[in-house]
Design a protein around this ligand. Structure first.
Ligand SMILES: Nc1nc2c(c(=O)[nH]1)N[C@H]1C(S)=C(S)[C@@H](COP(=O)(O)OP(=O)(O)OC[C@H]3O[C@@H](n4cnc5c(=O)[nH]c(N)nc54)[C@H](O)[C@@H]3O)O[C@H]1N2
Ligand SMILES: Nc1nc2c(c(=O)[nH]1)N[C@H]1C(S)=C(S)[C@@H](COP(=O)(O)OP(=O)(O)OC[C@H]3O[C@@H](n4cnc5c(=O)[nH]c(N)nc54)[C@H](O)[C@@H]3O)O[C@H]1N2
Ligand SMILES: [Mo]
Length: 712
């Protein structure tokens, strides 16, 4: 419900219907009792006095309740007006991370986007896993073909820019990821973590390599160089359906371990040895995650991760990187619906960044709003997203939001983003709605399926995602009028009557595991569908039905990477992010249970860097980037590489108009007031990692003023 681990919950209800306890479900076929602190806080959200429980309209006196029928009609009318005046692209959409955790929202958003007909579609994808989707599309012909580490059977796990012990695993759904990683070593395998910080995961590993932020693609090229130039290319059965490998000796020539050691700050011998060990390992898998994706060469890095798995014969192999066979096969569904991917069909207006699968990079959203001209964005719909805190240069975005003609937000709270909404539509959450992990089962380390029916009615007047989104989409079609509009509205109304449960049932029945809702309802602890199995070449979705090992976009990018070889870090510090076990992106900070104890939003810094600046542990410091500045508390930590500082994302709740009383008591600061709109030009993914910053002691009179856009 909250993150990707899909832990089964055992909810104990009292006689009065209240929740007495939430435990990990020991009989769950997948999570086997595992639980993290966030699960217990689900109940805090249901009962949170700050939660929005009825539709709201914002007027001169702030938010006021408005009846649903009126609110939806007004939304449709105002969207239609804007689109009539300025064209379909004038109304943008941002779908936030939790969309992925609600199957009703995933289905409903498809309908709303269809009704909007514009190109201004954004989501958390482009501050996250877009590089993996681009690599999958280019190499396998389908953006949804994510190779997943076969965590429970591998003997060599190479983790680049991921911290599964804190995040519980990502694009690798694995409840209890930490224990599963420990088990690799217990069975005689090896774990290597590449991260500028000695993370909780690195502490479980055999080897930790403290890389200089933003240089992962070069490090990975060093590994590929060794495999290619030392005759260790062994794709095995993949050879029969893999193209392009013959180009690698020439393409990778410049990237020997010795050549990449300077810029990555990883010793050449260590790179060489790692490549050899990886190639020789019985079953090995290379895995890259958020820290590797959110940098200026994230797209190419994601390709290189897949390439290393191909070259060593570990793609689609037991103990390597494998393709799940979920009960609802999203990749297959995407292929059938013609949504396997697309790239660069159109570009953003201001910076010319490429579209991917119909979406634009969110790092460009603010400039598309505040740069005058034809096709300028005039309105925004957010669904389960808080881009003011979650996307780069949030301060610019909030100024742009304050000037939009229309903002409609679907959310649980009046937060940093939704305070700008003209209409705020609250949805049901957690135990108030049916739950099936449509998206995350397609990323799980073991095939499994589980359906959890709602146990409570929707809070207050809140509405279920699916129904609400279909109602708004239908109202918009009706507003457009004409026979076509009415026909579409009728069809959407029909789908709404079918309901999300029956829609899911249909998808399950059509799926490769031939399940049904009935079968899932009869198995409350889940259905185990077995370990991952090889699926190639059948799963390949491009016209050739072959692995394109060296797609042209990435091959061409190697010139840019070669030019980076000479780079050396300067005297400045570079900033990276981190995730905390007791926090969830930009929200859940309104739960007392999760936020008590020491303040979480601290700046981590290596002792030597602190000493050089005369800074003591616990000091108040100002962090300055070319984009902005924030003041926070310093936490000196040996886990940080020299020259690197770390701040978690998703904080900064002090902003005016935010209705989150607990969170505001410990607001923290937003790292995205320091990041700018930098992107990986290939994928368009935000380059959040590696911003240059200066850190100084905060002087009393120097409290950095925050520019507060006033609510219009
Ligand atoms: N600097 C930096 N920035 C980052 C990252 C980073 O590592 N560093 N990480 C990035 C990543 S990976 C991601 S995914 C994004 C996430 O950023 P967002 O896409 O903004 O997602 P969340 O922060 O999870 O925001 C969740 C919002 O959804 C609401 N919500 C929660 N559940 C529901 C629901 O069921 N229905 C509805 N309607 N609303 C709901 C919450 O109240 C909250 O407002 O942040 C990104 N930003
Ligand atoms: N508790 C909790 N769990 C979560 C979330 C949460 O907010 N809280 N968010 C969920 C979401 S939306 C996602 S996408 C996943 C993300 O899951 P992960 O990718 O595992 O997320 P992080 O813990 O941010 O790990 C990223 C790591 O990259 C490192 N890093 C930063 N810059 C670089 C770099 O340039 N190179 C390398 N090699 N490493 C770098 C950081 O130090 C950090 O350890 O977690 C999910 N799970
Ligand atoms: Mo994410």
């Amino acid at each position: 419900m909250l993150c990707e681990a899909m832990c089964g919950l055992d909810v104990e209800l009292g006689d009065d219907g209240s929740v007495l306890q939430v435990r990990g479900d020991r009989d769950d076929t997948f999570s086997k009792g595992h639980l993290c602190p966030k699960a217990i806080a689900i109940e805090d959200i249901r009962n949170d006095p700050d939660r929005v429980r009825s539709p709201q309209r914002r007027g001169p006196n702030g938010f006021q309740p408005v009846p649903w029928t009126e609110a939806i009609a007004e939304a449709a009318r105002r969207i239609h007006e804007l689109q009539t005046r300025y064209g379909p692209h004038a109304v943008a959409v941002y779908a936030g991370n939790p969309t992925v955790h609600s199957f009703g929202a995933l289905l409903g958003m498809t309908a709303l986007n269809g009704a909007l007909r514009g190109r201004s579609t954004f989501s958390a994808t482009s501050v996250d896993q877009l590089p993996h989707q681009l690599a999958a599309y280019q190499m396998f012909g389908n953006q949804a073909l994510f190779p997943i580490p076969d965590l429970d059977r591998t003997q060599f796990f190479l983790i680049v820019g991921g911290n599964p012990v804190a995040s519980n695993g990502s694009i690798m759904s694995a409840p209890g990821a930490g224990d599963r990683i420990k088990a690799i070593r217990a069975r005689g395998g090896r774990v290597v973590v590449v991260d500028p910080r000695r993370t909780e995961t690195a502490m479980l590993a055999d080897t930790h390599l403290g890389i200089q932020p933003g240089t992962d693609a070069l490090f990975l090229l060093g590994l590929v160089h060794v495999l290619v130039h030392e005759g260790m290319v062994t794709p095995g059965r993949l050879t029969a359906f893999t193209d392009g490998l013959d180009r690698l000796p020439a393409l990778t020539k410049a990237f020997s371990p010795e050549a990449v050691a300077g810029v990555t700050e990883i010793d050449a011998t260590q790179i060489r040895t790692l490549a050899r060990d990886f190639a020789r390992a019985d079953k090995a898998v290379a895995y890259g995650r958020v820290g590797m994706c959110t940098q200026e060469t994230g797209g190419t890095a994601a390709w290189l991760i897949n390439l290393i798995n191909v070259l060593s014969g570990n793609l689609d192999r037991v103990g390597g990187a494998m393709f799940p066979t979920p009960a609802v096969d999203l990749a297959e569904l995407a292929r059938r619906l013609g949504k396997a991917g697309s790239y660069g069909r159109f570009k953003t207006r201001v910076r010319g960044l490429p579209e991917f699968a119909g979406e634009l990079p969110v790092a460009a959203m603010a400039e598309e709003m505040d740069t005058p001209g034809d096709k300028q964005i005039r309105g925004l719909i957010t669904f389960a997203g808080n881009p003011v805190l979650s996307t780069p240069n949030g301060a610019r975005l909030e100024k742009a939001l304050a000037k939009l003609e229309l903002v409609i937000s679907f959310d649980l709270y009046q937060n940093e983003t939704t305070r700008f909404a003209h209409l705020l539509f609250p949805t049901s959450f957690g135990f108030e709605r049916d739950h099936y992990d449509l998206a995350l089962n397609a990323l799980a380390v073991r095939n499994n399926a589980k359906f959890a029916p709602a146990i409570f009615p929707a809070a207050g007047e809140t509405r279920e995602d699916f129904e609400l989104l279909l109602d708004v989409a239908a109202a918009l079609e009706r507003q457009r009028g004409g026979a076509a509009g009415h026909g579409k509205a009728l069809a959407l109304g029909g789908l709404r009557k079918v309901g999300s449960r029956r829609a899911l049932d249909l998808l399950l029945r059509l799926g490769p595991q031939k399940l049904s809702l009935k079968k899932l309802l009869a198995a409350p602890h889940g259905v185990d569908l077995g370990a991952l199995e090889p699926r190639m070449p059948g799963v390949l979705a491009n016209a050739e039905r072959r692995i394109n090992a060296v797609p042209e976009v990435f091959a061409k990018d190697l010139a840019r990477l070669e030019a980076m070889l000479g780079r050396r870090r300067g005297a400045d510090l570079v900033l990276i992010g981190r995730r905390l076990l007791r926090s969830n992106n930009s929200w859940m900070h309104n739960s007392e249970r999760l936020t008590k104890g020491k303040p979480a939003c601290t700046l981590l810094m290596n002792p030597a860097d602190a000493a050089e600046r005369g800074l003591l542990d616990g000091a108040r410091v100002v962090v300055r980037s070319p984009r902005g500045q924030v003041a926070t508390t310093l936490e000196i930590s040996e886990t940080l590489k020299r020259g690197v500082v770390s701040l978690p994302h998703g904080y900064g709740h002090e902003r005016e108009g935010v209705q989150l009383r607990v969170a505001r008591a410990r607001p923290g600061v937003s790292i995205n007031d320091l990041t700018d709109g930098a992107v990986d030009p290939i994928s368009g993914n935000a380059a959040l990692s590696g911003v240059t910053v200066e850190v100084t002691l905060e002087l009393a009179e120097q409290e950095p003023p925050r520019a507060q856009p006033t609510l219009p």
